[in-house]
Design a protein around this ligand. Structure first.
Ligand code: AMP
Length: 462
């Protein structure tokens, strides 16, 4: 029995037989990774595209948990488009063809409402639909979700892009908290992370992409004698590499907070990213890191999940991850898009067993490196190249990136190449400018107008 063999899963026998008859002999990589936690009833976030076999992954999860004799909606799959919903329903029906009497119903916009009510009255076990229409049925009381066990968000990134956030929230508000939530998404924008933290319970993350080529990443391991020495070792490495953007991973939220304080006391520009931040703080932290006005992010794995930053120069593991896959995932955040990356991991004697496990996992021996000499501590600490200004006007005031760039460069005192990333939120906007221009930029915005209005503006420091 191989790991990618469906028989390793202990699926109900009617499903197993059917899989063989469909010619599904081996699991696809996404199925191999997501089916065990899905069948165990855990919440799962899976990064998977169409064609990966994702539909069967959640479809089998739904069918394995289904109680055909209970006539109520037990599973709901939300999809961004009618086409996808139809495709998903078709695949679930195909998977269910040896299980008697499973009723799968699609509820999509653009279709007449009346017949859908009729079908709902007939009873359905599994509903597949688009958020707008499903929400309408929930609101009108024609679809009851109080017995739902499994909620699937398919192509969650596209649903959010299409503006379904409110409909999703309204639907989820009507689903029991005690349920299994599965989220499939091809990408991980911050919005996905935020929805996942709100609606999921200790989700397991599954990514097939983790096997991507790590050949341009230099992995180095440094042994430290004690926890006290860990900080010094990290400072040495940070000063040695002089990275513009790096993430330091910690295993706990507390560690991230302590470490940020210590690094800041030593003069580094660092911010913490962990699950307890308020949405606004989190947005601000991510913006300041992405626009290069903060060079170090100290993060927990969960919080860094939504981090959509491609060009990290370096990744540091303050502690080696508890889970090897998490380690590989952390390391894979650097060296993207053909760039060179570096990943440094610190460990003590007590943690050296993790190294042996890792050796086994990656199939080669790991050499421990020596830390840079102490005199490196005298090097100057790299300062971020940019500064962030926060403007108290955003989308709701119709402020656009072009308005801000235009205002800053109109008098030709600031060159457009010295203006960095601009992020616009509902009620505020952030613009990065070269450090040397920060004061001038502040004055220009404070004294000038955007969209014919004056807005309050301040520089975010620290
Ligand atoms: P999806 O990514 O869900 O759109 O699935 C892509 C296609 O792969 C569908 O046509 C499925 O029927 C098929 N498929 C899914 N899982 C397997 C498997 N384990 N073996 C062979 N085909 C599969």
């Amino acid at each position: 029995m191989k790991a990618d063999d469906f028989s390793s899963l202990k699926l109900p026998s009617d499903l197993s037989t059917n899989l063989a008859s469909l010619g599904y002999n081996k699991m696809t990589p996404i199925q191999e990774r997501s089916l065990p936690p899905i069948l165990a009833g855990e919440d799962v976030i899976a990064q998977a595209k169409t064609g990966s076999g994702k539909t069967a992954a959640f479809g089998l999860g739904i069918l394995a948990h289904l109680q055909v004799k209970r006539f109520c909606v037990q599973s709901l799959v939300l999809c961004p488009t009618r086409e996808l919903a139809d495709q998903v329903a078709k695949e679930i029906r195909r998977l269910a063809r040896t299980t008697h009497n499973v009723k799968v119903l699609t509820l999509c916009g653009g279709m007449p409402f009346g017949p859908q009510i009729g079908s709902l009255e007939h009873g359905a076990h599994i509903v597949v639909g688009t958020p707008g229409r499903v929400e309408e049925h929930v609101r009108k009381g024609t679809l009851k979700l109080n017995k739902l066990n499994i909620l699937v968000l398919d192509e969650a990134d596209r649903m959010l892009e299409m503006g379904f956030q409110e409909a999703l929230d309204a639907i989820i508000a009507n689903i029991p908290n005690k349920r299994q939530t599965l989220l499939f998404s091809a990408t991980y924008p911050a919005q996905i992370q935020s929805i996942a933290t709100r609606i999921m319970h200790k989700p397991v993350t599954v990514q097939v992409e983790a096997t991507h080529d790590h050949s341009n990443i230099q992995q180095r391991f440094f042994k430290v004698e004690s926890n006290e020495q860990r900080l010094t070792a990290l400072r040495l490495l940070l000063l040695n590499y002089q990275a513009q953007s790096s993430v330091i991973f910690c295993n706990t939220k507390r560690d991230t907070q302590t470490l940020v304080e210590e690094l800041r006391q030593h003069g580094f520009s660092a911010l913490a990213l962990h699950g307890d931040l308020e949405q606004k703080e989190r947005d601000q932290t991510l913006v300041r890191f992405a626009n290069k006005s903060v060079s170090i992010l100290v993060a927990t794995d969960v919080a860094a999940r939504g981090l959509d930053i491609d060009n990290l120069d370096a990744v540091f593991n303050y502690h080696i991850a508890r889970d090897l896959e998490v380690h590989v995932h952390r390391v894979g955040r650097t060296g993207r898009a053909g760039k060179k990356g570096i990943a440094c991991s610190l460990y003590t004697q007590k943690e050296s067993y993790k190294l042996s496990l890792l050796e086994e996992y990656i199939g080669r021996e790991i050499q421990s490196d020596t830390l840079p000499p102490k005199k490196v501590l005298e090097k100057e600490i790299p300062t971020p190249s940019m500064a962030t200004l926060q403007i108290d006007g955003g989308k709701k005031q119709k402020v656009r990136p072009g308005d801000i760039l235009g205002a800053l460069t109109a008098q030709k005192k600031i060159k457009s190449e010295n203006v960095g990333k601009i992020h616009i939120f509902d009620y505020c906007a952030y613009v990065a400018v070269n450090r040397q221009d920060a004061k001038l930029a502040l004055k220009i915005i404070a004294e000038g107008k955007l969209k014919g209005r004056s807005f309050r503006v301040r520089r975010i420091r620290g």
